[in-house]
Design a protein around this ligand. Structure first.
Ligand code: NAX
Length: 328
């Protein structure tokens, strides 16, 4: 089709935005034949910096970039949006309590949820990258009663990709040889990267690895704490990899997961695997044409059970906290 797909991005002048926008504009999200209109939201003081980013987008002369709109009003920027990538969020600053953080982000995601509800296109798909991503997605979803709940998702694909890289390294294979890895739960240090159903070149990953010590003391904590390790090394949080994962997640949602494989996405729970209904939690999912389905019937061993439950419990606490703040 020649009608541009409208992709809204929030936090567009931030570090993730600086990597994300250029990849979307060059066709990495929607393919080389689909024109894209970028609709970029920032807070007022960041609009000047955003204008500079738009100058650079112009200077790339991307054939697939049809138009760019920028602004500080979500009601305008989300108008007609087919895809919304909610990247902008309030980071935790010194002296800020957890409740303060939830409240600051609550203000952002209630407003953006309402704006999406009132102005986005009927086929809107929403990916939340800004932290706390799962709970921000829950807040946005709860403030958009006219948008089907399954159109809201939060990013755990970066965790999924990090886990793939670690497993490939351990098994001396390539990420192309790996399938059916799962991130369960919250995009936080309680997330659980699960290799018990994963495959390495067609064989069960846990059996190929056959190293419980590595699994417990190396693999799981490395994936869980990778964000902190990047900050320690780079002096800034993950940006290019987070942008790449935001694209992978949204592209695969729209275009479909590969046959014989699945993805990790945080989506609204239907109670599957004992995760309380209504939480936005990461699951193994299969996608097709902009829809997702949680993979059913996986056997969960005791080791996995405890970890899935712990991450779900953390999500339930976050939900209770934002409920008490009147945000959902
Ligand atoms: P930056 O601080 O570089 O950029 C965030 C941008 O959002 C800023 O330009 C800010 O002005 C803007 N912003 C703030 N409030 C806004 C609002 N109400 N409307 C529109 N824009 C607003 O952060 P960056 O490194 O780009 O990270 C963005 C978010 O992604 C953070 O919340 C971060 O914690 C989160 N991350 C999530 C990851 C994930 O896997 N889910 C991994 C990477 C990243 O840590």
């Amino acid at each position: 089709s020649t009608t541009p797909v409208k992709v809204a991005v929030t936090g567009a002048a931030g570090q993730i935005g600086y990597s994300l926008l250029f990849r979307i504009a060059s066709g990495a999200l929607l393919g080389p034949d689909t024109p894209v209109e970028l609709r970029l939201l920032e807070i007022t003081p960041a609009l000047k910096a955003l204008e500079g980013v738009v100058m650079e987008l112009d200077d790339c002369a991307f054939p697939t970039l049809a138009k760019v709109e920028i602004g500080d009003d979500p009601n305008t920027i989300f108008d007609g949006a087919n895809v919304a990538l909610l990247v902008g969020a309030r980071p935790r600053t010194k002296g800020m309590e957890r409740g303060d953080l939830l409240e600051a982000n609550g203000a952002i995601f209630t407003g953006q949820g309402k704006a999406l509800n009132d102005h986005a296109a009927d086929d809107i798909r929403v990916t939340v990258t800004g932290n706390p991503a799962n709970t921000n997605a829950l807040i946005a979803k709860s403030n958009a009663p006219d948008i089907p709940a399954e159109r809201f998702s939060a990013l755990t694909r970066l965790d999924h990709n990090r886990a793939l890289a670690q497993l490939a390294k351990k098994t001396g294979t390539s990420v192309n040889d790996l399938k059916k890895l799962t991130i369960w739960g919250n995009h936080s240090a309680t997330q659980y990267p699960d290799i018990f159903h994963a495959e390495v070149a067609g064989k069960n990953a846990a059996e190929v690895v056959n190293d419980q010590t590595w699994l417990e003391n190396d693999f799981i904590p490395t994936v869980q704490k990778r964000g902190a390790a990047i900050i320690e090394a780079r002096g800034a949080s993950s940006a290019a990899s987070a942008a790449a994962a935001t694209i992978d997640h949204t592209r695969d949602w729209l275009r479909g997961s590969a046959d014989g494989d699945w993805l990790s996405m945080a989506v609204v729970s239907d109670g599957s695997y004992g995760v309380p209904e209504g939480l936005i939690s990461s699951f193994p999912v299969i996608t097709k044409d902009g829809n997702w389905e949680i993979v059913q019937g996986l056997e969960i061993n005791d080791f996995s059970r405890g970890r899935i439950d712990a991450s779900a419990a953390e999500l339930a606490e976050e939900r209770d906290a934002v409920q008490q703040l009147g945000l959902i």
